[in-house]
Design a protein around this ligand. Sequence first.
Ligand code: BGP
Length: 477
Amino acid sequence: MIFSKDFMWGGAVAANQLEGAWDIDGKGASVPDMCTNGTHTNPKRVTTKIEEDTLYPSHEAIDFYHHYEEDIALFAEMGFKVFRTSINWTRIFPTGMEEKPNEKGLKFYDGVFECCKKHGIEPLVTISHYELPYALVEKYNGWESRELIDLYMKYCKVLFERYKDTVTYWLTFNEINVGQMLLGAVMSVGTIKDYTGSVQTSPDKPQERFQALHHQLVASARAIKYAHEKYPNFKMGNMICFWTYYPYTCNPDDMLKTQQSMQMSNWFCSDIQVRGAYPSYAERYFEENNIQIKMEPGDEQELKEGIIDFYTFSYYMSNCVSVDPSLENTSGNIVGGVKNPYLESSDWGWQIDPKGLRWTLNEIYDRYQIPLMVVENGLGAKDVLDEDGSIHDSYRIDYLRKHIEQMAEAVKDGVDLMGYTPWGCIDLVSASTGEMAKRYGFIYVEKYDDGTGSLARRKKDSFNWYKRVITSNGEEL
Ligand code: BGP
């Protein structure tokens, strides 16, 4: 056996992308609830008010809110050991600022986690997955304000106490390093007060984003320290959007540029979350980019004390880096890069690179030597529903098979890999484009980009394939 006998096979989703029920049972609006649908070429928009006659895909999504028992039963049928989901902050605190949590929201997650447990599935909970209460954008310009650290802590304390008997594994922030990217202003740190328009072209204010990111890093550390002291059985993890970068050529300038991209895009946040301090290379970057992080006395100490137990990340594709501006670019998750002539791409231009996953796992493990988990990976593709109700997604099986093969290689290389939760185990709304057409699931959901669809669930070919993978603990691919 290559994978350990308690290897955590499962799947991953995020509340805002599948729950729907956006204003039911006391829930408030979060940033994604203010985002319209879009496509790869026509970006989704964020609005300051809900516009009439406009489709907001998170409002119904796939209505997991009312289908979760059926959906979790299907995950159990595939043999899931773990289910990664997030908690919609605005179900618990509708504006983020209430004194008391919303009992109906808490009850909903009681139901979800108990249902997981009934099926022998371990929940892996992301506390904040691109689901900032919109009221905090309006009042504070999101995470730019330090106030959010306390509001986040209040939210964490409620979750930890309420779910301490059902949830052991927690991730403090989804893809925390996205906060420093332009798209992260909308998706992650919410520094978009009064902004209406394309999610890709909000005003570019790196100073604001890095300050906001600092607040998230302190909040993450504080929550981890608190959890470690009060709930010693909890396992606290981070979550990084990993952009695997290759130098386009062996030109030393390409090498250096790649190293710098790796440092600031990939390692910056996790160096803080694993080693407990800002890395030395950041100083020069901040100086050259005119960024000044305001720290309060005690921040450095908190970062030191709130370090993670395990490292998790998303991996979808790789890109190249070059100093030559004439080279062709391609897109990727959140950010793109230079096209690699050796790789093929998905319909959305993300370059498919299974061996990049082995390389990445080795790089991360060499650096930190703590347990790792791949908590997102997968192929967003257009699926065809045949007349007889079947969906033949051999392309998805092929993608996942090759990535699992490379995870096995990494384990043989000595990497301590805890588990694998491919993204969007059931079809859901795309985070970057707001589409339903970009599907990742083993389970097809009859829901379409014009907002129509019966919401019926159907097993794709990949459903039975993944079930076999889990039953054989990754031996039968
Ligand atoms: C990650 C996010 C997810 C997600 C996934 C796929 O960045 O954590 O929320 O959706 O990417 O991206 P997309 O939905 O844009 O295809």
